[in-house]
Design a protein around this ligand. Structure first.
Ligand SMILES: NC(=O)c1ccc[n+]([C@@H]2O[C@H](COP(=O)([O-])OP(=O)(O)OC[C@H]3O[C@@H](n4cnc5c(N)ncnc54)[C@H](OP(=O)(O)O)[C@@H]3O)[C@@H](O)[C@H]2O)c1
Length: 301
């Protein structure tokens, strides 16, 4: 268990951080927490207007944050490569990479490279980003993959991961992509074994963010999201597991952090339940190999 109150006391963070999807929601709250404590941050997302708003909100409480926005579309490889170039130009090495951006339960769509978009943006875009930055990490770096409790009912449709043959279901595809985040973490834990790089997975619980408010969501989902709203915590609380994964001394590579420790809202759990699919080494290897094949990028190169 991690005492979040102890993390709130930290200051003068000498850290270089890269975070995706920080112009709103959980990513924004994690970025704010780190930036007002001195971390130097590059964040990527698509909307410049939301990014400007996010920076302005932080500047209103902390005069000179070291934050830079670099446009990033995780559904377009060229955009990811351009983002990586800018990161490498700015940072000689990265201390914390937070793979946070995501979309949820949207109607069927494809990325520029033709991947089903939830798998494409939530997992494969981050797979490519991590591949491109893996040799640019500092010795004690941490990689944080933001998953979800929706990973628990998730399954990998091995013979049709992009739903090209079978019927597409928005939530099943989301759950599959969030299970992909956990499987990717497990694969990275193995890849970085023997080094001091730590790989963590987190889930935010249910937090009120833009994820539930996309105009593209189906009418049915909008109704479900409305019903869930009273049970949601704030984005600030949802960001705590991410912040703990970035800063807490006691985390171990492979931990799965979540916000719920019964009876004490200030504690973050380190041992959240993982989908059994992600505990099976042959699934971890098979999924890592599949990600390498479809992206054409090998971690062994
Ligand atoms: N909120 C929850 O209750 C909850 C629960 C479980 C897991 N999560 C996870 O938490 C993470 C953050 O979500 P959130 O709840 O904070 O939602 P959010 O407020 O909608 O934030 C999502 C972020 O991802 C960015 N994004 C979306 N598509 C992108 C793309 N193609 N390329 C680059 N950036 C993209 C968005 O910015 P642009 O649209 O400008 O690109 C935005 O900054 C997601 O991975 C989500 O699955 C959230």
């Amino acid at each position: 268990m991690i005492d979040f109150k102890a993390l709130e006391k930290l200051n003068d963070l000498d850290l270089k951080v890269v975070i995706t999807g920080a112009n709103s929601g959980i990513g924004y709250e994690a970025m704010r927490f780190l930036a007002v404590r001195g971390a130097h941050i590059i964040f990527g997302a698509r909307s410049l207007a939301k990014a400007d708003e996010a920076i302005a909100k932080i500047e209103a409480v902390y005069k000179r944050p070291k934050i830079e926005f670099v446009p990033l579309d995780l559904g377009d490889n060229d955009s990811i490569f351009a983002f990586v170039d800018k990161v490498k130009e700015t940072f000689d090495s990265i201390d914390i990479l937070i793979n946070n951006a995501g979309i949820m339960a949207l109607p069927y769509g494809k990325t520029k490279q033709g991947f089903e978009q939830q798998m494409g943006i939530n997992h494969l875009g981050h797979f490519i980003l991590t591949h491109q930055l893996k040799d640019h990490l500092s010795e004690q770096a941490r990689i944080i993959n933001v998953s979800s409790q929706a990973s628990l009912p998730g399954k990998i449709q091995w013979d049709d991961i992009f739903y090209e043959k079978s019927g597409y279901t928005p939530f099943k595809s989301y759950a599959q992509s969030k299970l992909a985040n956990v499987l990717f973490s497990e694969g990275l834990v193995e890849y970085f074994k023997g080094s001091s790089v730590k790989v963590l997975t987190v889930h935010p619980g249910l937090a009120s963010t833009g994820l539930f408010n996309r105009k593209e969501s189906s009418k049915g989902f909008k109704v479900i999201f409305k019903l869930l709203a009273p049970f949601a915590s704030s984005a600030e609380k949802g960001a705590r597991p991410t912040i703990a994964a970035a800063l807490a001394k006691e985390v171990n590579s492979g931990d799965f952090l979540g916000p719920k420790v019964k009876g004490n809202p200030h504690f973050i759990s380190q041992n959240e339940k993982k989908n059994a699919i992600a505990l099976n080494p042959s699934n971890i290897t098979r999924f890592f190999n599949w990600s390498e094949t479809v992206t054409g990028l090998s971690f062994r190169d």
